[in-house]
Design a protein around this ligand. Structure first.
Ligand code: R5P
Length: 313
């Protein structure tokens, strides 16, 4: 608990817009930190404010450009540590490298653990993350980790869309828990798509478990990367008689062919949070802000209060 210590909220370059929205939500200016490059590409972080004995929160989702964003974060943490900050919290609205969270075949890394090690070794004292791809990643850190869910923000929005006769759909086995939570809160039935991943950019939907015929469906997932999973799910749901198809996805990675696939797909409208910055979005995608949620969590951590009340607010 660092109630009597000034709070510094700052960010790297990955999502300055979200960091500014968080700063606005908690009525604080963004700390003056410059993250620039040497001519060959090395990263330089320069803190232009007094950081000694401060409670520092660095907002840096590690996407887009996961490698650059992660390295910026590590270097900023190191700079604050050497500037004698009292406590450094890495705020990761999106935690990249999370999909490799176990050895599911021989001779592959566990990048989610490697990244946790890097963040800890660089000097972070705490982590604040949101909708981790796998909740067990919390255990990859031996420093305190607060894990937020974007669900309260998204569900509040969905309740006001007026979409009737809805079924919540998990596009694969991995998102069943998330989809079940949404269906309980929205008071709808639940259906599941049985998906097989062919390769990094291709997924195949095999069957639908549950009834979607004549229903409006809301596919929920934590990540849309290439859009393969979502578009396949939408297509098999349509073939199973679904009416209007919507999607709510926390992290809009939107890489490779994602935008084109979404625009051409059966999906009528899709909702993503602003955890990952994009300059523009295609017409089918609407962005919901998690700035207030993150701002509330940051203030609660700073004041030594529980953050668990934010899970259902
Ligand atoms: C898979 O386990 C995740 O929940 C997402 O469904 C997946 O990462 C999405 O990737 P893509 O959009 O490339 O299919």
């Amino acid at each position: 608990m660092l109630r009597d210590t000034d709070l510094i909220l700052c960010c790297g370059n990955s999502n300055r817009k979200l960091a500014q929205s968080i700063a606005d939500a908690i009525s604080l200016p963004l700390g003056d930190v410059e993250v620039t490059r040497f001519s060959e590409g090395e990263i330089l972080a320069k803190i232009n404010c007094d950081a000694r004995n401060r409670d520092v929160f660095i907002v840096q989702p590690t996407c887009p450009n996961p490698n650059e964003s992660l390295m910026e974060l590590l270097i900023m943490i190191d700079a604050f540590k050497r500037a004698s900050a009292a406590r450094i919290t890495a705020v990761l609205p999106y935690y990249a490298y999370a999909r490799q969270d176990r050895k599911d075949q021989g001779r592959v890394p566990i990048t989610a653990k490697l990244v946790a090690n890097l963040i800890t070794t660089s000097g972070a004292n705490r982590v604040l993350a949101m909708d981790l791809h796998a909740t067990q990643i919390q255990g990859f850190f031996d420093i305190p980790m607060d894990h937020l869910y974007s669900a309260p923000v998204v569900i509040r929005f969905l309740k006001n869309t007026g979409i009737q006769d809805m079924v919540v759909v998990s596009p694969d086995a991995g998102s069943i828990r998330m989809a079940r939570a949404f269906s309980e809160k929205l008071g709808t039935d639940l259906a599941i798509v049985d998906k097989r991943r062919i390769d990094g950019a291709t997924a195949k939907a095999l069957t639908v478990i549950g009834n979607v015929s004549g229903k409006n469906v809301m596919i929920v997932d934590d990540i849309i990367a290439t859009g393969g999973s979502l578009v396949e799910a939408a297509s098999i749901l349509k073939r199973n008689g679904a009416n209007q198809i919507y999607a709510a996805v926390t992290h809009g990675v939107l890489s490779g062919p994602a935008v084109e696939r979404i625009q051409k797909s059966e999906i009528q409208e899709m909702f993503v949070t602003d955890s990952i910055y994009h300059e523009t979005y295609p017409s089918k995608i609407k962005v919901l802000s998690v700035a207030e949620l993150l701002g509330d969590a940051i203030m609660r951590i700073h004041e030594g209060k529980s953050v668990s009340m934010l899970f259902n607010s």
